[in-house]
Ligand binder design. Structure first.
Ligand code: HEM
Length: 372
C-alpha cells in the first residue's frame, strides 16, 4: 500500500518513493534486480526498523522478527489454505453471480469488493464492517497519494479503531467468542507470553491493510492483462491446473507489479548501486523495477511464467518474504476462475479509458472491462 503496500500502507510516516536513484535529499532507490536481492538478503546492513510505529513483523529485525514470523507463518499453512479454499471460492462465485452479463465493470472495484468479502470470511469479521472497510480503502489510497502526513495519520487511526472494535468484542465474549482466525490471534502467544493488544492490532493492520489494497490492485492488473491477451485467456478457459494458473498469475504480476516497493534503513556505512550510503539512511527496494530489469528478464514484457519464476520478486525475497503469499494466491486464483467460468469473454471496455495509479501506488486506478 504505497510505496509499499502491506508494511507501510496504514502507517502515518510513509514517504512517497518518487524518483529513481535520488541525489541529495531523497532516499537511494535500488532498481536493479541484483541490488534489490542483495539488500533484501543482507538484513544486518539493511534494517527493517524504518517506521516510528510498531510494525509486526515487517518493522522487526533479527531474533525478534524470527519469533513473530514463527507466530504468523502458522496462519498460512497448506492445511489452513485447503480448509479456506471452498469458503473464499463461494465468496468469489457469489460475487460474480451478481453481474448481469454483458456488464461493464471496473476490475479494481470488483477486486476491492472481493478482497473485503474474502478477508472478512477468512478472519471471521462481521458483514457490517464491509462498507467501512471499502470506504477506508478509498480514503487510504487518496491519503497515500496526497503524501499528507496528517491525513494519512487520521486514516490510519480510523483503521485501528475498526480493528479494535473487532478484537475488543472477542475479548469481551470470552469463551463464547467464535472459533475463528481473529479469536485465535487474540489468544495467541509469542515466546511463551500472550501477544499484547498493540501487537495484535499491528498484525491485523498488516494483514488487512496489505491484503485489501494489494488484492484490489492485483485483480485490476490480472483481469486487464487477460482482456488485452485473448490468446492467454482462451488457454486458461480450457481448464488449467492450479499450479499453472498460479504461475500465470505470478508472471502477469511480475510484468506489471502493483506492489511497488519497501524501505530499509542502513545500520552501517555501505556501498550499493554505485553509492556510498552512510549509516542511518533510508534505502528503497523497488520490486516493480527489479521485476523488469533487462539484465535478468531479457525482454521484461515477454510472458514466460516458468523461465521467469525463479527470479520473480512479486512476493519479495529474504527473511521478510511475504508470508501471506499462499492466501493472496488462493484468493486471486478463485476470483480469476470465477470470472472465467461465468463469462465467455473478458474485453477492454471500448467506452471508458483506463487510468494508471499515481505513484507511490502501482497498477491501475481505473480498469474498465466489458464482461460477456
Ligand atoms: C496481494 C498481493 C500481495 C503482494 C504482491 C505482497 C507482497 C509482499 C512483499 C513484496 C513483501 C516483502 C516486504 C519486504 O521485504 O519488506 C511482503 C511482506 C509481507 N506481506 Fe505480503 N503481499 C501480498 C499480500 C499479502 C497478504 C494477503 C498478507 C496477509 C494476509 C500479506 C502479509 C505480509 C506480511 C505480514 C509481510 C511482512 C513479512 C515480514 O516482514 O516478515 N501480504 N508482501
Amino acid at each position: 500500500m504505497t510505496e509499499h503496500l502491506p508494511a507501510d500502507s496504514a502507517t502515518p510516516d510513509v514517504a512517497p518513493s518518487g524518483c529513481p536513484v535520488a541525489h541529495g535529499g531523497g532516499p537511494v532507490t535500488l532498481t536493479s534486480h541484483a541490488d534489490v536481492v542483495t539488500a533484501a538478503h543482507d538484513d544486518a546492513t539493511f534494517s527493517n526498523a524504518v517506521s516510528r510505529f510498531l510494525q509486526v513483523p515487517n518493522g522487526l529485525d533479527g531474533d525478534e522478527h524470527t519469533a513473530f514470523r514463527g507466530v504468523i507463518d502458522r496462519y498460512f499453512t497448506p492445511e489452513r489454505m485447503a480448509t479456506l479454499e471452498p469458503v473464499v471460492q463461494k465468496v468469489a462465485v457469489d460475487l460474480v453471480a451478481q453481474l448481469s452479463l454483458p456488464e461493464r465493470v471496473d476490475a479494481v472495484v470488483l477486486g476491492s469488493w472481493f478482497a473485503v468479502q474474502a478477508q472478512s470470511a477468512w478472519l471471521g469479521w462481521p458483514a457490517e464492517l464491509e462498507q467501512p472497510l471499502l470506504t477506508w480503502m478509498g480514503d487510504n489510497q487518496a491519503a497515500t497519494r496526497s503524501g499528507d502526513r496528517e491525513r494519512t495519520a487520521e486514516v490510519a487511526a480510523r483503521f485501528d479503531a475498526i480493528i479494535r472494535s473487532v478484537t475488543d468484542a472477542r475479548r469481551a465474549a470470552g469463551d463464547a467468542a467464535p472459533d475463528d482466525v481473529t479469536t485465535e490471534l487474540v489468544r495467541d502467544t509469542v515466546g511463551g507470553r500472550p501477544l499484547t493488544d498493540e501487537e495484535i492490532v499491528s498484525i491485523l493492520r498488516n494483514w488487512t491493510g496489505g491484503d485489501l489494497g494489494s488484492m484490489a490492485l492485483c485483480a485490476g492488473v490480472v483481469l486487464t492483462y487477460l482482456a488485452d491477451h485473448p490468446d492467454l485467456q482462451a488457454h486458461l478457459r480450457t481448464g488449467v491446473s492450479d499450479a499453472e494458473l498460479d504461475a500465470v498469475l505470478d508472471e502477469i504480476l511480475r510484468i506489471d507489479d502493483p506492489f511497488v516497493s519497501n524501505r530499509r534503513r542502513t545500520t552501517r556505512p555501505t556501498a550499493i548501486a554505485g553509492h556510498e550510503v552512510p549509516a542511518g539512511e533510508v534505502v528503497v527496494l523497488s520490486w516493480t523495477q527489479a521485476n523488469r530489469d533487462p539484465q535478468v528478464f531479457d525482454d521484461p514484457d515477454h510472458f514466460d511464467p516458468f523461465t521467469h519464476a525463479p527470479h520473480n520478486l512479486v512476493w519479495g525475497t529474504g527473511r521478510h518474504v511475504c508470508p501471506g503469499r499462499p492466501l493472496a494466491t488462493l484468493e486471486l486464483r478463485v476470483l480469476i476462475r470465477a470470472v472465467l467460468d461465468a463469462t465467455t469473454a473478458i474485453e477492454p471496455d471500448p467506452r471508458r479509458g483506463r487510468a494508471r495509479s499515481e505513484p507511490p501506488l502501482g497498477g491501475y486506478a481505473v480498469a474498465p472491462l466489458l464482461l460477456r
